[in-house]
Write a protein that binds this ligand. Structure first.
Ligand code: GDP
Ligand code: MG
Length: 162
């Protein structure tokens, strides 16, 4: 089948917004309330004539308990079938301990990881995006999922990783 790209990251970093940006339609539910996407949801996507499956996941919090732990487990399980991972970090918040813990799991997975510095709505946040080199996952790709900034370059990087 076509390659599978899993979209992972903490709640509210903009995973579903990015999925909608890539699809060009509002398929994934976006909410100001964290934790809305609870299951893995797969969508067919196309970029430059190449088809791939994009899997939106709920928020991944390594130390979560209760429902959040189940949501996290779904996000981790998405790696089992993925060919590449889009790891989303919110530059307004910056990298948290949870982001660093997820980064370690992703590094160990051996999967190609495309690091997304999201919410770079304007140039002021470019420096915050560059700070994410510290996660040890290579080049951070500055993106505004909300406004579309950087999404073309990001998709080029995704296809290059497949
Ligand atoms: P998810 O929980 O990771 O799927 O995050 P959502 O896609 O549901 O987005 C959470 C909140 O962040 C919503 O209020 C979005 O509008 C907002 N958001 C997502 N991407 C951006 C962005 O690039 N810039 C800004 N300023 N807000 C964003
Ligand atoms: Mg979501």
């Amino acid at each position: 089948g076509q390659p599978i790209v899993a979209v992972v990251g903490r709640p509210n970093v903009g995973k579903s917004t990015l999925v909608n940006r890539v699809l060009g339609r509002r398929a994934a539910v976006v909410e100001d309330v964290p934790g809305v996407t609870r299951d893995r949801i797969a969508y067919d996507a196309t970029w430059n004539g190449r088809r791939f499956t994009l899997v939106d996941t709920g928020g991944w919090e390594p130390d979560a308990s209760g429902l959040a732990a189940q949501v996290s487990e779904q996000a981790r399980a998405a790696l089992d079938t993925a060919d590449a991972v889009l790891f989303i970090v919110d530059v307004v918040t910056g990298a948290t301990d949870a982001d660093e813990a997820v980064a370690r799991v992703l590094h160990r997975s051996g999967l190609p990881v495309i690091l997304v510095a999201n919410k770079v709505d304007d140039l002021r946040f470019e420096a915050d995006a560059a700070a994410l080199w510290s996660l040890g996952l290579g080049e951070p790709h500055p993106v505004s999922a909300l406004h579309g900034r950087g999404s073309g370059d990001l998709l080029d990087a995704v296809l290059a990783a497949l």
